[in-house]
Design a binder for this molecule. Structure first.
Ligand code: SUG
Length: 440
């Protein structure tokens, strides 16, 4: 099995609108001027780096923003220009909500499990409904369309509908899912921050997004063996410290599992349970708040690293530059490499534009474990090779602005530029007509 990294390409409207309560980077940088071209370039450079390590890399296209369809459903009417002007009037809240490039954080696109773990021997993908936040909930329809275009071979892949049930089944996708594996087989961690029915005692400052009921539904849908699924609760104090998703305070791959003590409630029981299924091969690195204050972990994202299995079987960690600059985060990552465990290399990549909205290297990618025949069965031209890398670089330079303030979102030319860019992109990726504006 090979894990393909599907990265979300940063969209042309990447901006700092402060839309995500409980995501401290998003609220702190609200109102600042962004650089969409640099953001997209940073994302592409990360993909190039990962591919250079010998790990297969693929791309997922951005969504059309502003979402004119959503604005029309909210009663804004007239020509596209009139809709944008009306939604941008006053405080412009609806225009900001409909203009986020948040689909770039592909770890929230879906939850994915490999064919070897499912009773029906197919790869299962459930697009996340992202219910708790307006600007993210509007991603689910397009994400489902994109995934169905790429994973079209129904004999091998199942792309489910996003979960029904509104906020009670709030699902944030793979950011709250970790698959571990030893010679004894796999284990799945489906974590959650609140329960729609039953559990009390959640965070008090910031919202918990993902529900236990959503995690349980995804595990059922994917036809996983119940004894190999675990449903730990995100630590409410971790969420209150700014860890809105599990991948802000924990990371895992194969037999390697790293967690902060504020990642999960009752983590010692969780590790015992995991060991019962996975055995002693499981290698655990745990950071205390004394070693790594939660504030440092949330600000510099050492746990939001990609943990990659390289072709020779060794593991590498790809961490954000911000973690290198934070003394305790850096020391923790160096401990991970020096601990005698499976991780033998540590690299840093700069994804600062994304980090300012709370998205690190791991947020930007969806892990899709596939067999070789499954890789060959992918539709379109989404796998990154040198030619696509060059073409995407030129496409970014041709279409993206290098400066965008929240006020610029009301410029109707921005929407037109976005449509032009995405139209070109669907041709580059040979993925067909995905967007509403291509279908009319
Ligand atoms: O949902 N930020 C995203 C960041 C997602 C990070 N993903 C993972 N941890 N896997 C979010 O909070 C900010 C958008 C804005 O403020 O304009 C935003 O949506």
């Amino acid at each position: 099995m090979i894990e393909v990294q599907f990265d979300g390409l940063v969209g042309p409207t990447h901006n700092y609108a402060g839309l995500s309560a409980g995501n401290l980077a998003s609220t702190t940088h609200a109102g600042q001027v962004s650089d969409p071209r640099a953001a997209a370039r940073e994302g592409l450079a990360k993909m190039r780096f990962v591919r250079g390590l010998g790990v297969p890399q693929a791309v997922l296209p951005p969504h059309a923003r502003p979402s004119l369809g959503t604005l029309r459903r909210l009663g804004f009417h007239g020509s596209d220009e009139e809709v944008i002007a009306a939604a941008g009037a006053g405080d412009g809240l609806y225009l900001r909500l409909c203009s986020s490039a948040s689909a770039m954080w592909a770890a929230n696109a879906a939850t994915v499990t490999p064919s070897c773990d499912s009773a029906d021997a197919r790869v299962h993908l459930t697009p996340a409904n992202l219910q708790p936040m307006f600007h993210r909930a509007i991603e689910a329809d397009t994400t489902t369309r994109v995934l169905r275009a790429v994973f079209a071979d129904a004999a091998r892949f199942v792309v489910h509908d996003p979960l029904p049930g509104g906020g009670q089944l709030g699902d944030e996708g793979a950011a709250n899912h970790t698959r571990l594996e030893t010679s004894r087989g796999a284990a799945h961690l489906f974590s959650w921050g609140r329960a729609a029915w039953g559990a009390s005692g959640g965070p008090t400052r910031h919202p918990a997004r993902h529900t236990r009921e959503a995690s349980e539904a995804v595990a059922r849908l994917h036809r996983l063996e119940a004894a190999r699924c675990f449903f730990p609760r995100q630590h409410p104090d971790g969420i209150d410290a700014g860890a809105f998703h599990t991948d802000v305070l924990a990371m895992g791959n194969g037999r390697f599992f790293a967690l902060h003590e504020l990642a999960f409630l009752d983590d010692s029981r969780l590790v015992d349970d995991l060991r019962r299924v996975l055995g002693d091969e499981l290698f655990v690195v745990r950071a205390t708040s004394r070693e790594l204050p939660a504030g440092s972990a949330v600000a510099s994202y050492p746990f939001n690293s990609q943990v990659l299995t390289l072709p020779d079987g060794s593991m590498a960690v790809v961490a954000p530059e911000d973690a290198r600059e934070d003394a305790s985060s850096r020391a923790f990552l160096e401990r991970v490499v020096q601990s005698g465990g499976p991780v033998s290399a540590l690299h840093y990549v700069g994804v600062r534009q994304s980090m300012r909205n709370g998205g690190g290297p791991a947020c930007l990618r969806l892990r899709v474990p596939l067999t070789e025949p499954e890789v060959s069965a992918l539709s379109g031209g989404v796998l990154l090779d040198e030619a696509l890398d060059l073409a995407l670089g030129a496409w970014i330079d041709r279409n993206y602005r290098d400066r965008l303030s929240p006020g610029d979102l009301a410029d109707p030319k921005l929407a037109r530029e976005g449509m032009q860019a995405l139209d070109e992109l669907t041709q580059l990726l040979r993925i067909g007509a995905l967007y509403d504006f291509q279908r009319v």
